[in-house]
Design a protein around this ligand. Structure first.
Ligand code: NAP
Length: 496
């Protein structure tokens, strides 16, 4: 295996480093193991990269721990400028990064370019936040002591990212950690490591010192992450992925009393009131459902539409979805790429079959097409029984189940009747109704007459089993900072 030591992006996945990044050096795995990264649209092997194990995990964490003290004392402006350079480099390489993402993950190229811009914006946003880390200064009630409150980096962080937004989920964690002065060990998803390796190379090029960001790709997540979690040296875990793995990591974090940020799964209700503008609602549904082929934690999972407009809405949505071009995301004009793998596609088909067996009707889609690639057609289901599995399971595919409702109390009750609470969507032209329903939804975010909520300037995150903490916005850096309070006596006898 050739491990890249120099970084010279041209085009395609061949110019992406293939090693582990440990203490500023691209290395083979200690035991020499490698694994293949595939294109889900074609099955083509894109690259063969190092497959890290426990020895690599130890080396990566040791590098992060060794770099922590000096990195924490780096001037905020220096950290800010590294992030700003990284933003410029990511945007200058937008086409290259988009091609890598589409190749290893499947999303259409136009969406991948959109993700690059979104991901880059976290670098720019936190370059601005790095120099705005404040504190507090008060006096004890009896006037004897000054209370000086400072903010300090929490320490070495474990970052774990999923495959569905490989670049943005990376920058949403790396950028605030850099801004706060934390060092990191990052484990990207095994299906999409190339994007993270390309990003790590860009961070190096932007001037990030050795050891601040260490990356360990692996096909054995537990063997790499568990040693980090039990080390007592990593002070924080920031995880984006499924609720099941998040719970496992929270249990591990409990043993070491680690700060924990969890961005987990969703089961988003999408509510269309009788007074909604139907075209706006259909546009919103296309965005909230079809972005990333439905493989998004923010995807509209349950579409509740007022009975008076449910047929009209469903027919218009089905017409739009049936018209979408499915294919290899690298091809011009494709709007719907493949799902990530066979298991992901089988799960979607099982959920659709279950709904159909309980009386649902497919207005469009509903069956796996013949041929190579893990493609699934855009699907709209009506007459969906509320006890269908897809009403309680994150679908993670391009399937829109439409359920009619009659009154607002009923729709709020069923929308909240779930363990998840990431995001909800409300469509109404009555501003009072829209606010009222938004306030009654048990979620961390609400899209009001819009199908997209994600923005680097906004606090992203959920309630209930959708997670802990917020990423992005003014709050994003707080996840990587601790408070320290200094008690400083005032001079006795000083005049007030
Ligand atoms: P996943 O299976 O939980 O994997 C996420 C990450 O955890 C991957 O890097 C995975 O590595 C790693 N992992 C798996 N088992 C682990 C273990 N025992 N210890 C430590 N790490 C482990 O989730 P996914 O299928 O990649 O992503 C989809 C999920 O992410 C969905 O539920 C989605 O809603 C959620 N998500 C949430 C947000 C949010 O912001 N709330 C954003 C995007 C996605 P491997 O790849 O090697 O398995």
């Amino acid at each position: 295996m050739t491990t890249a030591t120099a970084f010279a992006p041209t085009t395609g996945t061949q110019s992406v480093p293939t090693g582990l990044l440990i203490d500023g050096t691209w290395r083979d795995a200690a035991d020499g193991r490698t694994f293949e990264v595939e294109n889900p649209a074609t099955g083509e092997v894109l690259s063969v990269i190092a497959d890290g194990g426990p020895a690599d995990a130890d080396a990566a964490l040791a590098a992060a721990v060794a770099a922590q003290q000096s990195w924490a004392r780096t001037a905020p402006r220096t950290r800010s400028e590294i992030l700003r350079r990284a933003y410029d480099l990511v945007m200058a390489r937008q086409d290259w990064l988009a091609e890598i993402m589409t190749s290893e993950m499947g999303k259409p190229l136009a969406e991948a370019k959109g993700e690059v811009a979104y991901a880059a914006e976290f670098l720019r946003w936190f370059s601005e936040e790095a120099v705005r880390i404040g504190g507090d200064h008060t006096t004890t009630g009896d006037g004897t002591n000054r209370i000086i409150v400072t903010r300090e980096p929490v320490g070495p962080c474990v970052l774990i990212t999923p495959w569905n937004f490989p670049l943005a989920m990376g920058t949403r964690k790396i950028a605030p950690a850099v801004a706060a002065g934390c060092t990191m060990v990052l484990k990207p998803a095994a299906q999409t490591p190339l994007t993270s390796l390309a990003l790590a190379a860009i961070m190096q090029e932007a001037g990030l010192p050795d050891g601040v960001l260490n990356v360990v790709n692996t096909t054995n997540a537990g063997a790499v992450v568990e040693p980090w979690m039990s080390s007592g040296k990593a002070r924080k875990i920031s995880f984006t992925g499924s609720t099941a793995v998040g719970k496992l990591l929270l249990k591990q974090a409990a043993d070491a009393v680690m700060r924990s940020s969890m961005e987990l799964g969703g089961n988003a209700p999408f509510i269309v009131c009788a007074d909604a503008d139907i075209d706006t609602a259909v546009d919103g549904a296309i965005t909230a459902k079809m972005r990333n082929m439905g493989e998004a934690c923010t995807a509209a999972n349950r579409l509740y539409v007022h009975r008076s407009i449910a047929d009209d809405f469903s027919e218009r949505l089905a017409a739009r979805m049936a018209d979408m071009q499915v294919g290899n995301g690298l091809d011009e004009g494709v709007q719907v790429g493949p799902l990530i793998d066979a298991a992901g596609r089988d799960k979607v088909q099982r959920l659709v079959d279950d709904a159909l067996s309980r009386g649902a009707n497919a207005l469009t889609g509903g069956t796996v097409p013949a041929g190579a690639g893990y493609f699934y057609p855009p699907t709209v289901l009506t007459d969906v029984s509320t006890d269908s599995d897809l009403m309680t399971t994150e679908i993670f595919g391009p399937v829109a189940p439409v359920v009619p409702f009659d009154d607002e109390d009923e729709v709020i009750r069923i929308a909240n009747d779930t363990d998840w609470g990431l995001v909800g969507y409300v469509f109404s032209q009555d501003i009072d109704r829209a606010f009222d329903l938004s306030e009654r939804l048990e979620v961390g975010m609400v899209g009001v007459n819009t199908g997209i909520v994600s923005n680097p300037a906004a606090p992203f995150g959920g309630v209930k089993q959708s997670g802990l903490g917020r990423e992005g916005g003014k709050l994003g850096i707080d996840e990587f900072l601790e408070y320290k309070y200094l008690a400083v006596p005032r001079r006795r006898g000083a005049s007030a």
